[in-house]
Ligand binder design. Structure first.
Ligand SMILES: Cc1cc2nc3c(=O)[nH]c(=O)nc-3n(C[C@H](O)[C@H](O)[C@H](O)COP(=O)(O)OP(=O)(O)OC[C@H]3O[C@@H](n4cnc5c(N)ncnc54)[C@H](O)[C@@H]3O)c2cc1C
Length: 506
């Protein structure tokens, strides 16, 4: 087969389906016919509302206007995540995006911070990053383009919070305007080619038959094609990521939106708080072994900023990954490919990286060489395992012993890869980012320190800097960061000026 036109069928119209449709519309609409089937009756999970900075690259690929995108999704800006009560009740720390302090010579900033801290001459880690200081002061602006690279403002990194339903609608319009055909209906049956096991068509309840060369399974947790038809198998990771349910409830907004997500540890899991322009999203992610659904719903309702705007919505999941996200001519994206819980907002990012991996490994026609499939699956697994380790770190490295859930987390066995990273960091603050893993060294360092893993030593070359210089260096970084944050506008003020959303009555 040559490089002819390809028939691509996306099954599912949640965040995954419409992100895939939009990206394909933008990159291959001349070479492929792209159709998306979704069922309004089944609906979408509709809870993914916090993101990570990588999403800006996705928006750039689509060529979106940022102000319009934020306004149309009732969006706000996110500089990081505040973790409350994770190490102990009453404790808090921030995982900020972007950089920390500034590196000196061969060594990252945190190496100098460790020595100064061990000497009792450094403040909290969050005092040295413009992202974390701005977050805690409720300030926001993007990095100005006219400041030199050594100005901390140049390192501001951010993501978005948005309304999941509005995001899906926004992407749908984008994709439809670029020629993607949407077909309403429920898939009743999947037809396969007996010769190679590839999916040849999906048949809807209406009887309509939609054939294709490549099928993108975006059907959510059910994994209609990847599991139902291709029997990929699911690798259950709940021995490390014990939460298996969530209850989500939006509430009225009562104050200015914070430029960060808040994750507060609770007795049997944790609660998210995601500020939007028109409301605040909340949810309790918990383990059903340690708390009942009713108690979980009561807990989240008792911990809202303002009045609840809807009944609590229950969700169930099993943390883990599909053994093979790509089989034959079926590629699964989003919840169909697995779910590792929302603690670090990694799910939408994994949709994005799945799309970009697929575009990199795109077959030329329906004749799909296993060499492409194997590489895709290998990379997807690598990405998932490294994210898994990062998430497990938050649960494992705790001093909490006040509930059976936290006792379980604190004492559970963890993957050997994570244990090795913790051991190396505890020894001398060293951490290595592997290849294309999602989280940068700065993220790991902030969470390790925040979760109480204080190194007992540091890199020997830190001693190249005389101690008086080290103390002066730490103080000056802190001061420069603080003074620059003074120059930033309040988050709410920035939104009002640049990207106010239409007023809605909740
Ligand atoms: C509690 C919770 C909180 C989360 N928070 C975050 C977060 O803050 N950040 C983040 O990045 N991610 C988060 N996620 C994950 C995020 O919600 C998902 O990654 C995202 O919504 C993608 O979902 P999806 O499109 O894969 O599936 P869905 O939204 O479930 O969409 C499935 C689609 O498939 C269609 N469909 C299914 N079966 C059929 C059929 N037989 N015929 C036709 N159509 C069918 C449905 O109609 C629907 O359109 C969270 C998830 C949960 C559970």
């Amino acid at each position: 087969m040559g490089n002819g036109t390809m028939d691509i069928v996306i099954v599912g119209g949640g965040t995954a389906g419409w992100m895939a449709a939009s990206a394909f519309a933008r990159t291959m609409n001349r070479q492929a016919r792209i159709r998306l089937v979704e069922s309004e009756e089944i609906g979408i999970v509709g809870v993914g509302e916090a993101t990570v900075p990588h999403i800006k690259a996705f928006n750039q690929l689509l060529g979106l206007n940022e102000a319009q995108f934020v306004a149309r999704t009732q969006g706000t800006f996110k500089l990081g995540i505040e973790f409350r009560d994770w190490l102990r009740v009453g404790d808090s720390y921030v995982h900020g995006f972007g950089t920390m302090g500034h590196d000196v010579g061969l060594l990252p900033f945190h190496q100098y911070w460790i020595k100064a801290r061990l000497m009792g001459k450094a403040g909290d880690l969050l005092d040295y990053s413009v992202n974390t200081v701005a977050a805690m002061r409720g300030k926001f602006m993007p990095a100005p383009t006219d400041v030199p690279a050594n100005n901390p403002l140049s390192s501001i990194a951010y993501a978005y919070h948005f309304d999941a339903a509005l995001y899906a609608r926004f992407l749908r319009q984008f994709a439809e305007e670029r020629g993607i055909q949407r077909i309403e209906g429920k898939v009743r049956e999947v037809e396969t080619n007996p010769e190679n096991g590839h999916v040849s068509a999906v048949r809807l309840e209406s009887g309509e038959r939609i054939s294709g060369d490549l099928f993108i399974d975006c059907t959510g947790f059910r994994g209609l094609l990847i599991e139902g038809t291709c029997k990929s198998g699911y690798e259950d990771w709940s021995q490390w990521l014990p939460c298996d349910r969530a209850v989500a409830v939006p509430c009225a907004k009562v104050g200015p939106p914070t430029p960060y997500t808040r994750c507060t540890a609770r007795g049997a899991g944790w609660q998210w708080r995601i500020p939007l322009q028109h409301r605040t999203g909340n949810g309790y992610v918990y383990s059903s072994q340690y708390i009942s659904d009713d108690e979980a719903a009561a807990t989240v309702l008792a911990n809202l900023d303002g009045p609840a705007l809807a009944d609590p919505k229950p969700l169930r999941f099993v943390t883990g990954v599909r053994r093979k996200p790509w089989i034959g001519n079926v590629v699964s994206l989003g919840l169909a490919s697995g779910f590792m819980e929302p603690l670090e907002s990694t799910s939408i990012h994994m949709i994005q990286s799945g799309i970009s991996r697929l575009l990199q490994l795109l077959p030329a026609s329906g004749d799909i060489d296993p060499v492409l499939v194997d590489r895709y699956n290998e990379q997807a697994r690598f990405e998932a395992e490294r994210i898994r380790d990062f998430l497990v770190l938050h649960y494992k490295a705790t001093e909490r012993d006040d509930t059976p859930f936290w006792n379980h987390c604190r004492t559970m066995p963890i993957p050997a890869s994570l244990q090795a990273n913790i051991d190396l960091f505890r020894h001398s603050g060293r951490f290595f980012r592997n290849a294309e893993e999602m989280f940068a060294v700065v993220s790991w360092v902030q969470v390790m320190i925040g979760q109480g893993i204080m190194p007992s030593g540091y890199h020997p070359l830190v001693d190249q800097m005389p101690e008086e210089d080290l103390v002066r260096f730490m103080a000056s970084v802190r001061e420069v960061v603080s003074k620059n944050v003074d120059l930033m506008p309040a988050h709410e003020q920035f939104i009002a000026r640049e990207c106010p959303a239409p007023q809605v009555t909740a």
